[in-house]
Ligand binder design. Sequence first.
Ligand code: LAG
Ligand code: CA
Length: 480
Amino acid sequence: QWRPAYAEGHDGMVHLFEWSWKSIAEECENFLGPHKFASVQVSPPNENRRVAGQWWERYQPISYNLDTRSGGRADFIDMVDRCNAVGVRIIVDAIINHMCGEDALSGTGTGGCQYNTDTLEFPCVPFSSGDFNDYRCGSQNGLINNYGDPNEVRNCRLVGLTDLDHSKSSTADKIAAYMNDLIDIGVAGFRVDAAKHMWPEETEILYGKLHDLPTGKGFPANTRPWIGQEVIDQGGEPIKKEEYVGMGAVTEFNYCFSLGNLRGSLAQLKTVADKPSNWGFLSNKDAFVFTNNHDNQRGHGGGGGGIVTFKSPHDLPYVTGMMMALPFGTKRIMSSYLFEDGDQGPPAAQPSTADPTAESCNNDWVCEHRWAGIRNIGMLGGAMRSEPDSYSNWWDNGSSQVSFSRGTGWFAVNSDAWAMEGGIQTGLAAGKYCDLAQSDLDSCDTFINVDASGMACVNIQAGQNVPMSYTIADARVGDF
Ligand code: LAG
Ligand code: CA
């Protein structure tokens, strides 16, 4: 439940926010599989309330039928099978704390199911008033008003979203049945939405009801689904991320800020790998990390300054590189669409996926995962994953030039205002390697030459387009 069941040699979860199941299946086959990304976090697949023009309708469940603007059940199953077949796992964004907002009143969801938020009837699940938490919520208006009161945060309505009662086994069973349906389809894990708003001891019982991943879909026996819990703990509140590490990984939001703030002093990040507790971070195994997510990139969910998003196109690739190379956490890469305001829904046309050499996906899809420097980072992470907890050959200049190796990969970055030039220990066998930060393996035009002692000449100029070099044992293309 802490480390995802990734295919060997793959790493990195790409959040294909608001992509359709058909587009994701194509992207797995055309790009993510060949580039050895490990998984895709998909938008919530269950039926939701319709709210015109917004992205966040996906966070307002109406039923557990797989029927949304991303596609239906058949498309979802097809996507899971096609992605698994090329070594890319599917991670589902599971909205299990609540159903839709009280302001929805009554209507029909994306899959045709009815709802009524006055009587709390969701007949397609079915849920009715007895499945909800209002009886446990002490606040006067039934909403979460005071984040200093854990009782309110967990039993009252988050921004008016009707709050489910996980203490009741018949309610928890229905949620578990939804998650087990997904597991049986071949989903490898869950990003658990709003985990902070659920009692840790109750969700632990709920996760205990989940099936192992199906051996019939190629997973090893006795493999638990990965659990990545969304707990926004930036300090200052009584609810702590540590309360959730007993049953799965937990988001480490403060790492977004550290990565952003240390862009010009990357050498300091060495101790994140050595001793994350010195930073107040969760452990390597427990942390779920990212440079930015769908909320904080648009000022939702407690966003904040200093976060590196696609709006910093020079910085995002090397910051993502540093995150992937360091032995810290389960890593997620945000893949976005362009937006003017923070509520705006996805573009009308789906991304183009057909040309694997393209570094964008057109139609206002940013596709950070295809950018130069990022597009091969799953290969680096996959090679490094064989050494999950440490690194070798660390070198830094005390400022923002860093080089180290891990597993069968080697990584170097320079975000200083002066050049990084000279001999460096890569830990690799002698040979000529493709520099995957600069070039794709099958059309390589930038190389790193490693001599018999493992030394290579690095040359990363200040401010060059992608100020980074990395390669892996499998990218050896010839002799030195
Ligand atoms: C999350 N993590 O714990 C998601 O990452 C976050 O995106 C979700 O909020 C939140 N929890 C609930 O699943 C998003 C938007 C909210 C939106 C909510 C429900 O950030 O802005 O609230 O999804 O769609 C919206 C309106 C509110 C309204 C509410 C209920 O913005 O004004 O009260 O809907 O109708
Ligand atoms: Ca709750």
